[in-house]
Design a protein around this ligand. Structure first.
Ligand SMILES: C[S@@+](CC[C@H](N)C(=O)[O-])C[C@H]1O[C@@H](n2cnc3c(N)ncnc32)[C@H](O)[C@@H]1O
Length: 432
């Protein structure tokens, strides 16, 4: 039997643009108000079509567009609108290819004629975009999405230009969409949530953008082993300490040191670097604590010493969730391979208590041997050359001065605020 979409009292209130109390009053005072068809006594659910008819008859239903109405029906009574939108996207794709779609559930099947009508009006991509806009509107359902303007900034800093891009924590694909807007030629993503991965991938396929988004855990089961790109842009999850250290202790991605359990963000940073071509840039949105926690001090020092960490940009609070915290952007570059050291090649990370030698060495495809440490660069307190110093023969041993450090910010180790330090990398004059 085909299910019809249902709607709660709170959703009826939103639909009619009134408060919850008004809906309670209608139920008490109007004998013809639709009876609940499900839910419980304290949280009843109503048939959406019946409610719409009643509201329309009372002149209480604002006129809405076909896309609005379809979106309302698609999401009514569903916990996860991503599942519904992904199924609609697959239907639209199948329709464009002249195939039959197979994944629609009963509730969705009843809405496919409406989906087709919207596609007749706007084309499959236009119909998907209309629904996507409603899905991606800021709201309580998507607190961890990356805002478009921030995604554009990250893509700009990474210099995606006409290159390939990867986001290993793609979510709904905000960074991949920004990369396409900026002229990226192919977009790859991985995402733990299968529905979000389907959605982000559909957005690309419906636009015939080369690339794909694969479902799965990027840290535990990298879907793109050995694949390198021109740029990685990523807003990883923060503070997930169960990120797989037990299984991944000897993973060759940890070229700069094995991230402690409590430093998952440093695992994401190194995952990004492992997927970059030499000279390619990564930009990651990071919690500010990742720049100062003692546990990852050695890894940060290695990142700086080898020139992989190019800049840390402090954003104002409110740039993305959690909105009360002023987040950072880490700008990284995969070091270019240097000429072999006369006395032979160096291991990727000097063996230490926290970074055992990798059994795989630096054999990860796309992972060049790191530069051999020079006597000067071995000094742990020695800062990395600034981005601008790599353009000249003179190497500075002191970090670039913070042009505008946020008030009260204390400089720790060699992390710096890189305003005015030769960024972004687009000038093309900074090749080694
Ligand atoms: C902050 S959100 C990224 C938001 C994304 N940029 C967007 O605009 O939707 C982090 C994403 O990483 C995903 N994630 C968490 N752990 C993951 C893992 N181990 N591998 C892949 N994705 C993961 C989450 O499901 C979530 O969608």
């Amino acid at each position: 039997m085909q299910e019809t979409p249902t709607i709660t009292a709170a959703e009826i209130a939103r639909l009619a643009g009134v408060g919850r109390a008004a809906v309670s009053n209608w139920r008490k005072r109007h004998g013809d108000f639709p009876e609940p068809v499900g839910g419980s006594a304290t949280s009843p659910e109503f048939d959406l079509a019946q409610v719409e008819q009643w509201l329309r008859g009372q002149g209480k239903l604002p006129e809405v567009s076909r896309a609005d109405r379809l979106w309302r029906h698609l999401t009514a009574g569903r916990e996860n609108p991503a599942t519904a939108l992904a199924a609609v996207g697959e239907h639209l794709l199948a329709r464009r290819r002249g195939e039959r779609s197979s994944r629609a559930d009963d509730q969705l099947a009843g809405l496919l004629p409406e989906v087709d009508a919207l596609a007749d009006e706007l084309g499959p991509q236009g119909a998907f975009d209309e629904l996507w806009q409603r899905f991606s509107a800021p709201g309580p359902g998507r607190p961890f999405a990356t805002p478009d303007d921030l995604a554009d900034l990250m893509v700009g800093l990474a210099g995606v230009g006409g290159g390939t891009v990867l986001d290993p924590a793609a979510g709904t694909g905000a960074t991949l969409r920004a990369a396409v807007r900026a002229g990226g030629t192919a977009a790859y993503g991985q995402e733990l949530d299968e529905d979000l991965a389907r959605l982000a991938g559909l957005w690309l396929v419906l636009r015939a953008v080369p690339g794909e988004v694969r479902p799965g855990d990027s840290l535990r089961t990298d879907a793109f082993p050995g694949h390198t790109v021109d740029a990685v842009v990523c807003h990883p999850p923060f503070g997930i300490t169960n990120w797989g250290l037990d299984e991944l202790g000897y993973d060759p991605r940890w070229e700069y040191g094995v991230p402690p359990r409590t430093e998952p963000e440093l695992a994401w940073v190194q995952h990004a670097l492992a997927h970059l071509r030499p000279g390619g840039h990564a930009v990651l949105l990071m919690p500010p604590t990742a720049a100062g926690r003692r546990g990852a001090r050695r890894i940060r020092a290695e990142l700086l010493r080898r020139g992989a960490l190019r800049a840390v940009v402090a954003l104002p609070a409110g740039a993305a969730a959690p909105h009360g915290v002023p987040l950072h952007l880490w700008v990284l570059r995969r070091p270019r391979p240097t000429r072999p050291h006369p006395r032979g090649r160096c291991s990727s990370t000097p063996p230490t208590a926290t970074s055992p030698p990798s059994p795989h060495g630096s054999s990860r495809p796309g992972g060049p041997s790191p530069p051999c440490p020079t006597p000067t660069s071995r000094r742990p307190a020695s800062p990395a050359p600034s981005p601008s110093s790599s353009c000249s023969t003179r190497r500075s041993t002191s970090p670039p001065r913070a042009a505008n450090p946020p008030s009260g910010a204390r400089r720790r180790e060699s992390i710096w605020y890189a305003h005015g330090s030769g960024w972004p990398p687009s000038s093309g004059s900074c090749r080694r």
